[in-house]
Structures are given as structure tokens and as C-alpha cells.
Design a binder for this molecule. Sequence first.
Ligand SMILES: Nc1ncnc2c1ncn2[C@@H]1O[C@H](COP(=O)(O)OP(=O)(O)OP(=O)(O)O)[C@@H](O)[C@H]1O
Ligand SMILES: [Mg+2]
Length: 416
Amino acid sequence: MEEFISAIDIGTTKICALLAGVTHDSLGNLALRVLGEGTSVSQGIRRGVVVNVTEAIACIGEAIERCETDAGQHMESAYVGIAGSHIATLNSKGVSPVDARQGVTMHDMQRALEGARAVALPQSKEIVHTIAREWIVDGQNNVQHPLGMSGFRLEVDAHVVTGSSMAIKDITQCVTAHDVAVDELVLEPLAANEAVLRADERRMGVAVVDIGGGTTDIAVFLEDALCHTIVLDMGGNHFSQDIAVGLHAPFETCEELKLRYGSVLPESVPEDDKVWATVFGEKAERSFSRRFICEILEARAVEMLEIIGTKLDESGYYDHLSAGVVLTGGSSQVPGLTELGRSVLAMPVRIGTPSNRLPVTGMSRTLQSPAYSTSIGLLLWGLHEDARKIRQNYAQPRQGIDWKNRALDFLRGLLP
Ligand SMILES: Nc1ncnc2c1ncn2[C@@H]1O[C@H](COP(=O)(O)OP(=O)(O)OP(=O)(O)O)[C@@H](O)[C@H]1O
Ligand SMILES: [Mg+2]
């Protein structure tokens, strides 16, 4: 194993650092083997944004250190997740002329994407991703892989993701402070998609909804292309907070009540079930109706699902989601959320979990949970990015590139 890919998922409740080696599966396709895993409790990060640099640096360092100890080696660079309400998206077009004698080259594709990046942005914003949704060659729409096609004019319809320069700088600083370079900042729902969506769902139309602790991140795919992304300032913490307000009890107590007794289907809970908790200002525990707690959760879940429905409707893609919604993230595990989701959103809803069908081996039981979809997805994003680079290097013989070395790199990448 010569090449390694690492990921750092910086969430509102937990940080997860992973280090994996690049291998090959039995068919010779690129695959990953998780070698190290480190988690820590998130501090100094709220709703995807660093609010206390010192605390954030410390807890990110803890996760990296645990991961490095587990893997027995240093993490040199990592794909890092980014989310938060500062993220905005827009669709933009770019054009490039094509030399008809050689057909569309990688260089033409890059030039068209560069054109799509030329959008007017305020100084405080910068581009995180420019992702091709559709290529158009000489007016012919819906081209998925234009490389090598004949034509004179290449157009790209791209999805541009932007974020606050300060938020990006803060996240980057928290990682580089530990001598770990940032390979790429990756929008979290894009990473989650890699871990939980099936190709047929992406083709038919699907929304992946990652409900974490502080944010809910949505990415919409149709005809195999990313169409829309939404980041909402709400997550599992709101569930616990609502219980805290309802019971006048500390947040931590209510978080535990949610995890142990929570459901968003109060009718499924026996009417006389009681739970015990200490409230503010009292020493002895009090009893509460479990159903009451579940009613609080149901009210918040309905509100969240309605907001998700409204946002999908506003995006114009609601009616195109034939494969429905795939819920993931820690909070997708609240019992009853899929059933409630189906009735509120009126479409298929399932839970997405990083599973064995992924080209990833060595995943611990902890990682095989919806809470780690983004973390595993970041590794997969890195793996695909590597494969893309190999393809790019292979496809650019005319650009005056160090061809011999790249071919050697490519061959090295094929070694087990
Ligand atoms: N079994 C469960 N039932 C209900 N909620 C759960 C369960 N397990 C985890 N959660 C909730 O999931 C949330 C954490 O999810 P996750 O780990 O995906 O968030 P994060 O990545 O840290 O945050 P974010 O992505 O929002 O920045 C917490 O609010 C936690 O209470
Ligand atoms: Mg998360």
C-alpha cells in the first residue's frame, strides 16, 4: 500500500478523522482500506462554523492524534468537510473553443469550467466547488463525458458552491495547525452522497438529507448530476433543546432522554410509560410521560420535514425526486423518522448507512452508522478525486506535461 487518503469530518457534535490506504478489489478496481480512526467531542464549532479557534484546534488535534496512533503513521494531508449557512450555490455556464482536429481535450473542459467560475462574488466569499452538471458539444445537450468528442464548441452547465472566506480560512487553519495539509474542502452533503446513494437513485432523482447535530445538509441529484445543494441551520440539537425547554431540564439530560426513549411517533409509545429526570432547581428526580417527550420530538420533526419539503419545492426539483429522499446523519436514527418523512414529504424515504457494498474495507462497527456517512464519504471523494487525476494525467499528452513521470505515477497507483 503506497498511497494513503485521509478525511476529517468536522461536525457540530463530533470530529472524525480517518486514514485509509488505497488498494484494489478482486476486480482490480480502486478501493480503500481503513487503517486508522479517531474521534473526539466537538468544541468551538457551531453549525458547521468555527466559533472558538483555540477549542476547535484542540479537539481536531485530538481526533487526528487518535487516528494517527490507530494507523501507526502520520496523516500528511486530508479531505476536509465543510458546511454551514454561509454556503451558497448557483448555476453558471462556461464555454471553450475546441480544436476540431483533436476533439475535446481535458484542457478544453478545464477552460470551460474556468469560464463557469467567473461569477461576480462579494470579497468576503470564495468558490469551494465548480461541478459540471451537463456538457454541451456544438449544441448537443446532455453529454456526460465529452472527452474526445468531435466538435468546435464546448459548453458546460456547472454548479458553483461558494462559502465565506473567513469560515474557509478558519477551518483550514484548524487543520493545518496540526501539520496536516488540506487536499480539498468538500461540501458535506456531496461527501455523504458518495457513501449512501446508489447510482440508480442518482439517475432517477434523489435528495440526500444529512441531519447532523447542528446542520441539515441537502444535495439533490437528477440524471446522475448534482442539481442543487441546501444547508439548513437545524439538526439533532434542536430536538434535545426542545425537550430541555419542555421539561425545564439541562440539555445533557434531555440529549440522553432523546437517545434512550425518543421517537417521533408518540402513538407507538405506551400511554403510561414514564421516564425520570432531574430538572433545574430540584435535587430529586421527577417522572415525566415518555409520550409527552415523543410529542415534543414529533412536533420538531414535522417542522423540520416541512422546511425540507418547502426548500425542495422552492428549488424546483420536488416533483423530480422519483427515488425520494435518503436520510442520513446521526439524527436520522430517531425512531419513526422514515415513516413520518414518508407521510410529510409524500415520497419514498429511507435511511442511508455506509455499507459493505462500498469499496471500503476495514470499517469498524462504529463507522457503519449514518452518523459517519460524511466521514466515509470524504474518503470516497478523495478516492474518486485520485482516479479523476489519473484520468486527467492520462488524457493530457499534448499539454507539455511530464508524461513519463505521470505514466509512472499511474502505474504505481495500480500496485497493491
Ligand atoms: N440513535 C439516535 N437517535 C436519535 N438521535 C441520535 C442518535 N444517534 C445520534 N443522534 C443525534 O445525532 C446528532 C449527531 O449527528 P452527527 O454525528 O451526524 O452530527 P455532526 O456531524 O457532529 O454535526 P453536523 O453535521 O450537524 O455539523 C446528535 O444531535 C445526536 O443526538
Ligand atoms: Mg456531520
